[in-house]
Design a protein around this ligand. Structure first.
Ligand code: PEP
Ligand code: MG
Length: 745
């Protein structure tokens, strides 16, 4: 490392440096050949330096990205050690390099920003086996080389706009509403190349040890702290972190790096690159999460070592100026950790609205936008940024006009908030006195906060699978009981409809459901999955019954498609009730058993189970995707067919009428119920119980209180009979005419 450092410091010319480095490596490792290949813009591997092969092959030998042993390393991002290379099936012979006499081969990827930007190889004449410590050393050297190998993949490369500091507007997906403005703070710390080598390995080892100690303490503090009222789930995530952090191989690898002459940061960075490169390759969601956790740990440790204001502010935003956190991806525990630190907003490059991070983001209530591909190529630390969590937009380096508009919008939002707060205690009824129940969609312990600050009439949908999705292992019956009890207590007598496990589709649980499906949304999910896993399902039913102990309980089954499915699920629940009775458990005072209507087919099964079902709740998110055959997770189609359209409204009208005919109480849950225009139409159809995300309750209540249903209802029914104009426009006109307040801003 010392000699490498001198070479790096002495030469300014990249080619000369590279040649000296390969000579040095060949000499130190007693190798006959040492070569460096770089990945070109057109994705080939170009020989750019060598000791031992013919020098005139430099810049003349190119391999396809999937060609030869070098190609294999580039593709797998893994080291490759072979005793007799020419006999390997992937060996590609290049006469111009003069490599005939060499047998043993060792190659490692040169990684930057999680991508392979080159390959470093050594070769020997004899058929020898390279030892693990040699492979390790070569990987460390490859990391240093990553700083000098010319590449097009310099991590998050800057776009022209970024380099020139021009404003950029980007569209993502809203994960949590609200507005935030501040300076960019990047989650992944960048190590300056100058800090690669340790001045004094002893001092460096001490630095590493104290950072490791601080890391352990911080994880313990996180565990001890009231971790956001998430009731157990993230605790397990953090406990898993603790386990990973205590893994002796991880810490030992870090120490080895430092003892070998790297700085503590570089040693961590070396491991981080490995984790990241593996992460890029792994498809399995469970393993991806684990590798991501490892990367999180690397990052945490780096933050602890980082000098300057990172240390002063201890990873928290600076007090004097608001900051916006930007990350490629955040785990739920990390997000929780950041969430409590007071960031003005959060942006995640990679995220689906149903991901764990999205769930936590909503629970935290910090404006959050996700799914902006390549965001990191646009930003630099310290840039000013506006995050519009209301419509998923991000304005980078905004000009004065935009900043002014932001100020106005924020003022309006606070006024709006004040209006909603004033409405909180007002009855949720129309101007002509028709009561409409406005309920909350929840799924985390955190969400119950919204019960009180929105004045919701109860929880119309409690997504029990969130607890499963957030946990490292399956929640035990006791974990489940604990969560359900706390929810019931927070609801304080207001109704709570617990929806039983709705896994599968986009809510995959590794371990439980790893079958790859062509169409997961139409696949083995929800009640289908639960009925095929009666052990798991019954444990949940038992937990619900136990939690409700001496209180009423309301349970509904997700995505019921046939009468038979409902009956089978109900049967299991009733068996659990009997089981409890035999054991003298008090059990609930009353049980209501409902079904979610999320498939059009179930609308035509209602009459068969009318006397068996206590209520029906229409999950419009899924229902619409099946109705229109348009995947709710694919942005290209998910917004293509409007909710407020005649086909949808006619279908919902029919369901409403069926329920009325058979005397089945019916409500609507799903995001649409939280938007004033959609809610107006639903109320117009006769739906008088709506469940929605917390942010929808204020705007919908305001609309509701401005509505004269006796006037709107018949006019809306008339609009449904017509062909033109588009229903949405017709309703907007009607609302305007009748003074119904739809705009929530
Ligand atoms: C729905 O599909 O409308 C629903 C409420 O359930 P989820 O969004 O959890 O699938
Ligand atoms: Mg659903």
């Amino acid at each position: 490392m010392n000699r490498l450092r001198s070479v790096m410091a002495a030469e300014s010319d990249t080619e000369a440096r590279l040649m000296k480095v390969v000579r040095l490596i060949a000499g130190t490792m007693v190798a006959d050949v040492c070569s460096v290949y770089r990945r070109t813009e057109d994705n080939r591997m170009e020989l750019i330096a060598t000791e031992g092969l013919r020098e005139d092959a430099i810049h003349r030998t190119f391999l396809a990205i999937d060609e030869g042993l070098v190609g294999q390393i580039a593709q797998t991002a893994q080291p490759l050690s072979i005793q007799d290379a020419p006999r390997h099936p992937n060996f590609s012979y290049r006469p111009e390099t003069g490599e005939d006499p060499y047998h043993a081969f060792l190659g490692v990827p040169i990684l930057k920003g999680g991508r392979v930007i080159g390959v470093l190889t050594v070769q020997n004449r004899t058929e020898r086996i390279y030892q693990d410590d040699e492979i390790d050393s070569l990987q460390t050297i490859a990391m240093v080389l990553a700083e000098i190998v010319p590449s097009d993949e310099t991590g998050p490369e800057q776009t022209d706009a970024a380099r020139e500091g021009r404003p950029v507007n980007l569209q993502g997906r809203s994960l949590c509403g609200g507005l935030g403005m501040g300076r960019v703070r990047l989650h992944d710390p960048v190590i300056p190349a100058a800090r690669f080598f340790a001045e004094d390995p002893h001092i460096e080892e001490d630095r590493l040890e104290s950072a490791l100690e601080e890391l352990h303490l911080s994880i313990d503090r996180l565990l001890a702290a009231e971790i956001g009222g998430l009731w157990g789930e993230p605790r397990e995530v953090i406990e898993a972190y603790k386990l990973l952090a205590s893994d002796p191989t991880w810490a030992e690898k870090l120490r080895e790096g430092v003892r070998g002459g790297l700085s503590a940061e570089a040693s961590i960075d070396r491991l981080r690159r490995e984790h990241r490169a593996r992460f890029e390759k792994v498809k399995d969601p469970y393993l991806r999460e684990r590798l991501h956790d490892l990367e999180d740990l690397d990052n945490r440790l780096l933050r602890m070592l980082a000098g300057g204001d990172e240390v002063k502010t201890n990873g928290k935003p600076r007090k004097d100026e608001p900051e916006v956190l930007i990350a490629r991806r955040l785990g739920p525990a990390e997000l929780l950790d950041y969430g409590k630190s007071g960031y003005a907003a959060i942006i995640l490059e990679e995220v689906a609205t149903s991901s764990h991070a999205a769930i936590v983001a909503r629970g935290l209530g910090i404006p959050t936008v996700g799914g902006i591909d390549g965001l990191l190529t646009h930003v630099s630390r310290g840039d000013q940024i506006i995050v519009d969590g209301e419509d998923g937009r991000v304005h980078l380096r905004p000009d004065d006009q935009l900043i002014e508009a932001f100020g106005n919008r924020q003022a309006i939002l606070s006024q709006r908030q004040a209006v909603f707060e004033a409405l909180r205690e007002q009855p949720s009824e129309t101007r002509d006195g028709v009561p409409v129940r406005l309920m909350l969609n929840a799924g985390l312990g955190l969400d119950t906060e919204h019960l009180n600050n929105t004045g919701a009439d109860g929880i119309g949908l409690f997504r029990t699978e969130f607890q499963f999705l957030m946990s490292e292992k399956l929640p035990s019956v006791n974990d489940q009981i604990e969560l359900y009890q706390q929810i019931l207590e927070a609801a304080n007598g207001r109704p709570v409809h617990f929806r039983t496990l709705d896994l599968g589709g986009d809510k995959l649980l590794p371990n439980l459901n790893d079958a790859r499906e062509e169409n997961p949304a139409l696949g083995w999910r929800s009640i289908r999955f639960a009925l095929d896993r009666p052990g798991l399902f019954r444990r949940q039913l038992r937990a619900l019954l136990r939690a409700a102990d001496s209180r009423p309980l309301s349970v509904m089954f997700p995505m019921v498609t046939s009468a038979h499915e409902f009956r089978e699920a109900k049967e299991l629940l009733l068996e659990e009730v009997e089981w409890g009775k035999r054991r003298d458990f008090a059990g609930p005072t009353e049980i209501k058993i409902g079904a979610m209507l999320e498939t059009p087919a179930f609308a035509y099964a209602l009459e068969d189970i009318a006397s068996e079902v206590d209520f029906v709740s229409i999950g419009t998110n899924d229902m619409l995707q099946f109705f229109h055959a348009a995947d709710r997770m694919t942005p290209l189609v998910s917004d293509r067919y409007p909710f407020v359209s005649r086909p949808v409204m006619r279908f919902l009208k029919q369901v409403r009428e069926t329920c009325a005919r058979f005397d089945i109480p019916v409500s609507i849950c799903g995001e649409g119920a939280g938007r004033p225009l959609e809610a107006l139409c639903l109320i117009g159809l006769g739906y008088h119980s709506l469940s929605m995300p917390g942010g929808g309750i204020g705007p919908v209540k305001r609309m509701l209180r401005s509505l004269d249903l006796s006037k709107f209802g018949p006019a809306f029914a008339g609009l449904l009979q017509e062909r033109d104009p588009a229903l949405r426009n017709g309703v907007l006109e009607l609302a305007e005419l009748q003074g119904i307040i739809l705009n929530d801003v």
